[in-house]
Design a protein around this ligand. Structure first.
Ligand code: FRU
Length: 479
């Protein structure tokens, strides 16, 4: 949604109670609210931020501008979870209220250090000529959830970087703290800077160098870089905006990608043995994925189910965006797998053998098996006129196609109405999570993932198997 700058950067305290009540009433009117995913109380949700383990619980913030479905003066909204499935908002926010984050508390990460949570983020600052000064800044959150900002800027814009310099991720590698920051160089190519905490003091950083991960530089900016260790292999997850489609086939406005690497040479700022670049997700929207290594060793990831610069059907109700389920990462045969954490099965309520259903409440999981050497087609969000979201699993021609053109309110169609990926000829499984206006499809327990929004019209809530010998189970999900 396009709104004038004066509205988008209006101070939080200037919004009146009446204005807020009006926004909240409008949000309530939407027919598309989700039940077991995170969505904003109001306004726009974008990146997951500060995903971490703190004080015996999981902490997760989301980026938010609370006043309409537009990118305005961003804050972080705090949530907590014990099981990575149920998240609760705590009414704590990291507000853009100092001179170092005057134009937004942009994305960043968190790490528990000595009983406090260190928040490392980008302060978006602009001067009166709207020239940006991106500052990498920090705050500490204590166990009572009080947030204290550190006045010193921890990292200033380096000489070889444009104003596009943001999203610090802190991580601990072999007892030493490092951080990576997304950047654009003076030739307008994307890259990533690597820093090291001096004497393990996370308020004092020195540059190690530009991270070498065999990147082509065909993108113009890298946002939201994350380095996570999966089965001891470093995996770099990042958002290369403007990536050349000859390098990687993708349809969304911006891709979210990854490389699996063999080792991390910290001295030379090098990810050794980086694979080719891969799509993290094949659906219509998954972006700004944030991942971290939990104390129990698991590599956990969560994505924004949304994209920058896209209008959504919920905008009219003054909100936009949601977060994905939390996914555990693993590597099999050199490939990255992403699958919801085990605790997600706690949402399963009643179950029945998979068959057509004229009506559901659009809140369910399907666990399906598609036979080898056969083309199967399934309609979800189906109505009685034969419309629906079409999922073709073709183990003969080795591809999966998701077609959104015959279900839901159409949007972003200039980026295409289908998404696809390749598969093998062999028997294929799919776990499909439907949550009113979200669908997450996990092929072969996470070998390929399709994450998407869909905004069904009234009566679009059935399941129809159009072709194929598909077997499996339908689970009602209860939050
Ligand atoms: C990605 C992003 C980040 C930035 C944030 C601002 O969606 O552009 O790079 O920190 O959103 O909201």
């Amino acid at each position: 949604m396009d709104l004038p700058r004066e509205v988008r950067y209006r101070p939080y305290e200037d919004w009146s109670t009446e204005e807020l009540a009006k926004i909240n009433n409008n949000v309530k009117k939407s027919p598309w609210h989700v039940s077991y995913h995170i969505e904003p109380k109001s306004g726009l949700l974008n990146d997951p931020n500060g995903f971490s383990f703190f004080n015996g619980k999981y902490t997760l913030f989301y980026q938010n501008w609370p006043f309409a479905a537009a990118h305005g003066l961003k804050q972080w909204v705090h949530t907590e979870s014990e099981d990575l499935v149920h998240f609760h908002e705590t009414n704590v926010e990291l507000r853009p209220d100092t001179k170092n984050d005057s134009h937004g508390a942009y994305s960043g990460s968190a790490y528990e250090i000595d009983d406090k949570l260190f928040l490392f983020y980008t302060g978006n600052v602009r001067d009166e000529n709207w020239v940006r000064d991106p500052l990498q800044i920090s705050a500490w959150m204590d166990k009572d959830r009080n947030i204290t900002k550190i006045e010193n800027v921890l990292i200033h814009q380096p000489k070889d970087v444009t104003e596009h310099f943001r999203d610090p991720q802190i991580f601990n590698y072999k007892g030493q703290f490092y951080a990576i920051v997304g950047a654009q160089n003076l030739d307008e190519s994307g890259f990533v800077k690597l820093y090291k905490a001096v004497n393990k003091n996370v308020e004092n950083w020195e540059e190690v160098g530009n991270l070498d991960f065999d990147n082509s530089g065909s993108e113009y900016m890298i946002e939201c870089p994350n380095l996570v260790f999966v089965d001891d292999k470093p995996v770099l997850i990042y958002c290369p905006q403007g990536l050349d489609k000859a390098e990687l086939d993708y349809r969304n406005i911006y891709p979210n990608t990854y490389k699996v690497c063999q080792s991390f040479d910290t001295e030379n700022a090098k990810l050794v043995g980086a694979s080719d670049i891969q799509n993290l997700d094949y659906g219509f929207e998954a972006y700004a994925t944030q991942a971290f290594n939990a104390p129990d060793g698991r590599a956990l990831a969560i994505s924004w189910i949304g994209l920058p610069d896209i209008d959504y059907p919920t905008d009219q109700y003054d909100y936009q965006g949601a977060l994905s389920l939390v996914k555990e990462l693993s590597i099999k045969d050199g490939k990255l797998y992403q699958y919801p954490v085990e605790a997600i099965t706690s949402l399963r309520d009643s179950s029945e053998t998979f068959a057509d259903k004229a009506q559901t409440n659009n809140t369910y999981e399907l666990e399906l098996t598609f036979p080898a050497n056969q083309k199967s087609e399934l309609l979800l969000f189906a109505d009685d006129k034969g419309n629906g979201l079409s999922l073709t699993v073709d183990t003969k021609d080795c591809k999966i196609i998701l077609d959104r053109s015959k279900a839901g309110v159409q949007y972003a169609t200039k980026f295409g109405i289908t998404r696809e990926c390749t598969i093998d000829t062999k028997e294929t499984t799919a776990n499909i999570f439907v949550d009113n206006s979200i669908i997450e499809i996990f092929i072969n327990k996470g070998e390929k993932v399709f994450t998407s929004r869909i905004f069904p019209e009234a009566g679009q809530n059935g399941i129809t198997l159009k072709s194929g010998d598909v077997t499996g189970t339908y689970f009602d999900l209860k939050y």
